[in-house]
Design a protein around this ligand. Structure first.
Ligand SMILES: Cc1cc2nc3c(=O)[nH]c(=O)nc-3n(C[C@H](O)[C@H](O)[C@H](O)COP(=O)(O)OP(=O)(O)OC[C@H]3O[C@@H](n4cnc5c(N)ncnc54)[C@H](O)[C@@H]3O)c2cc1C
Length: 392
């Protein structure tokens, strides 16, 4: 059996490995001249790590991983800690795998290295897919250079502006969330005593929040700053902003964030979009996956992880045999409620982080603080449905 995977991002590469695992030939068609990822970090919660472990990728990325001690929420303007949820000590035991932070380029190197070892010619770059066609035998795609490729299955893992999704469900712009995100990566050593905690740390404030994580084994600090902003809606990973603009949003909050912004070699920013849940993810032997199917706000750090879960479940359903179209419908049925919940809870988290009055912040965080002190298991339990999932 042969699959064509449109898009060589985290979702597409994970899908290629998952399908290789059930004995399929795979070809990833990526529009960019080479497979690469932006200079930013990504957090992989235990539910995603379990997929990476099953796909055999972890030994390739082990040396670059960072395991945060905890997930923390802090008051951005003062740096005061609201609560700390230990993670390193409990994740593997409670949820079956570690919670890790990694540079996107390191993750993609690991996925690509594993794929190339198993199927050396699996990736074709400079291949922009324009359209697909379904047939009684499977499906085909046509590239912008006019070439046509046939397969038993097409997977549209082509991101937020997916051409496959547009053809399947009609033109429909994603929804601007009214938030933009800043990002940079700086050496931890450049921050001295102001380096952020060795945690996944959310710094909250009125109408904005920042997240600091560690990548490259802890040597680099990754910063993401999300701000409510309705006048600027450009989307793309390579758009830069100035330090003065970033400081207008996050400067003067606390010494750690000031130190990061001062040390930043470059600051990128982009607007954040989502999409309402789609009514279906397939058309015959063509399926959607990852951001093409369910873009979400990053406030639960789940977009890439959910794409990994998609990939695993897609392969599992195909491996059961029978009609491809039926397997794709089972894949959708197995995934839609879960990703819709993650989309909704991500939006709710963002609203929580951005609460404006001290009173409403206290209402949100005091119960969590008390629970963290007297019964941390209650907080862990809140994450069981998400991190504990294991798709056999
Ligand atoms: C600020 C921020 C922080 C985040 N942090 C986290 C986190 O900590 N943890 C987490 O799990 N998720 C996180 N996410 C979400 C995560 O980045 C995305 O959900 C994930 O990268 C989506 O992967 P994808 O492969 O579906 O899509 P993409 O990464 O968008 O990949 C799509 C690929 O398809 C290619 N393509 C597009 N169109 C075509 C075409 N017509 N033909 C051929 N190729 C095409 C593109 O070039 C691209 O390579 C974050 C997102 C943001 C914005």
């Amino acid at each position: 059996m042969k699959a064509l995977i449109v898009g060589g991002g985290i979702g597409g590469l994970t899908t290629a490995l998952a399908l290789d695992g059930i004995g399929w030939d795979v070809r990833v068609l990526e529009q960019a001249p080479e497979i690469s990822e932006v200079g930013a970090g990504v957090q992989i919660s235990p539910n995603g790590m379990k997929v990476l472990e099953k796909l055999g990728v972890v030994p390739r990325i082990e040396h670059t991983l960072f395991q945060p001690d905890a997930i923390e929420i802090r008051h951005g303007p003062t740096g005061r800690r609201f609560f700390n949820l230990p993670m390193k000590a409990i994740a593997a035991e409670r949820w079956g795998a570690r919670y890790i932070q990694i540079h996107r380029a390191d993750l993609v190197d690991g996925l690509l290295g594993e794929l190339r070892e198993r199927q050396p010619d699996a990736v074709q770059t400079g291949a922009r897919v324009q359209s697909y066609e379904t047939s009684s035998k499977g499906a085909s795609v046509t590239l912008t250079d006019g070439t046509r490729h046939e397969a038993d299955l097409i997977v549209g893992a082509d991101g937020l502006h997916s051409a496959i999704r547009t053809q399947m469900l009609g033109p429909d712009a994603p929804t601007f969330t009214g938030n933009i995100a800043w990002r940079t990566v700086v050496p931890a050593a450049a921050l001295g005593a102001d380096a952020p905690p060795q945690a996944g740390c959310v710094w909250t404030g009125p109408g904005k929040h920042a997240v600091t994580t560690r990548v490259r084994g802890g040597d680099m600090v990754n910063f993401v700053g999300i701000v409510e902003e309705d006048s600027w809606t450009e989307e793309g990973w390579s758009i830069t902003g100035t330090a003065a603009e970033a400081k207008a949003d996050f400067g003067g909050w606390n010494p750690t964030l000031d130190a990061i912004l001062d040390a930043a070699p470059q600051l990128h920013r982009w607007a954040l979009f989502t999409r309402d849940p789609l009514e279906r993810w397939s058309d015959g032997a063509v399926a959607l996956l990852g951001d093409a199917a369910h873009p979400m706000l990053p406030s639960m750090a789940q977009g890439a992880v959910q794409a990994m879960e998609d990939a695993w479940v897609l392969a599992r359903e195909l491996d059961k045999g029978g009609m491809i179209s039926a397997a794709l419908e089972r894949y959708f049925a197995a995934r839609i409620d879960r990703v819709t919940r993650v989309q909704k809870e991500s939006a709710a988290n963002l609203a929580l982080f951005h609460r404006r009055s001290v009173l409403s912040q206290a209402q949100a965080y005091v119960p969590i603080w008390i629970a963290g002190k007297v019964a941390p298991a209650l907080l862990w339990r809140r994450n069981d449905w998400l991190y504990g999932a294991d798709f056999a």
